[in-house]
Design a protein. Structure first.
Lengths: 128, 154
């Protein structure tokens, strides 16, 4: 289960990016930012600067956010909680994202949790 | 105390974009920029044990003094003589000298990745930030499984 939804720290009312879409197994390889909406749907957009607040847009709350990388074989080679505007802290919720990805049909390889206080290197979670 | 990502870079535009990426994605860590190799070495000594990653440019011609003597090679020479403790990115258009830096560091046991700048500052988002994160990811520790009873707040 995810924790409480959180609004982005950047309260600018951006429109939703036209490149934002719900993640599907057919997604092409690449690096993306993701945001989990309050219904639990994982949305992705291209990995660009300041993209997180534009994935849902309109200062919408999210259950989680970070980065996701998909390789040629359709494998998620990286899943993180890195988002300057959302800054989610929960390891458990990151594992929830990984579980959702598996339910969508992805294989998930590296679940990397970055500590919110930055006082240690990231942790490689084994939650699937 | 937050771990440090230390960057040797002289170009203000590059510094601006690098700062934006680090603030956008890795705000939990401290970020330090300098265009001076000696300052970088002092920083690495003072913050010993608290460095998450280092990124080094070679040519530092945009320094106020326009020096062609002070380069990232000074830092790589210093590090090559020491115990490897963090990953290093070399981001430089100077193919020959950055390869020399890389070779010295690898021979010293360091994990090094070279990033070649291209397309103004666009390479920072396309290849530098991913390379930096990959290097950090590879250094990630394996924790025990998350206990069912663990309570966390977002």
């Amino acid at each position: 289960m995810f924790g409480k939804p959180k609004k982005p720290l950047d309260r600018t009312c951006y429109p939703k990016s036209q490149e934002s879409r719900p993640l599907q197994l057919s997604e092409s390889l690449g690096r993306y930012v993701y945001v989990v909406d309050t219904r639990g749907v994982i949305h992705v957009a291209p990995d660009q600067l300041h993209m997180h607040p534009k994935v849902l847009g309109s200062v919408e709350s999210a259950l989680y956010a970070g980065e996701i990388g998909i390789n040629l074989a359709g494998i998620v080679y990286e899943l993180t909680n890195c988002s300057g505007t959302f800054q989610f802290k929960s390891k458990r919720s990151l594992c929830c994202v990984a579980t959702h990805l598996v339910q969508l049909g992805f294989a998930v390889r590296n679940i990397i949790w970055f500590p919110p206080d930055g006082n240690s290197p990231p942790l490689r979670l084994q939650c699937i | 105390m937050a771990l440090l990502i230390a960057i040797l870079e002289d170009n203000l535009e590059r510094i601006g974009v690098m700062k934006e990426w680090l603030t956008d994605r890795l705000p939990m860590y401290e970020h330090a920029f300098t265009d001076d190799p000696e300052t970088m070495i002092r920083l690495l000594e003072v913050k010993s044990g608290q460095i998450l990653a280092v990124s080094l440019d070679h040519d530092l011609y945009d320094r106020a003094d326009g020096s062609t003597e002070l380069t990232g090679m000074i830092v790589s020479d210093y590090l090559a003589e020491r115990e490897p403790t963090f990953p290093i990115i070399i981001h430089s258009s100077n193919e020959r000298d950055s390869l020399t830096m890389k070779t010295k560091l690898i021979c010293g046991g360091w994990k090094v990745q070279k990033v070649l700048p291209f397309d103004d500052t666009n390479w920072i988002g396309i290849s530098w930030y991913p390379a930096l994160k990959k290097a950090i990811r590879r250094a990630a520790r394996l924790p025990p499984r998350i206990p069912v009873t663990e309570v966390e707040r977002d």
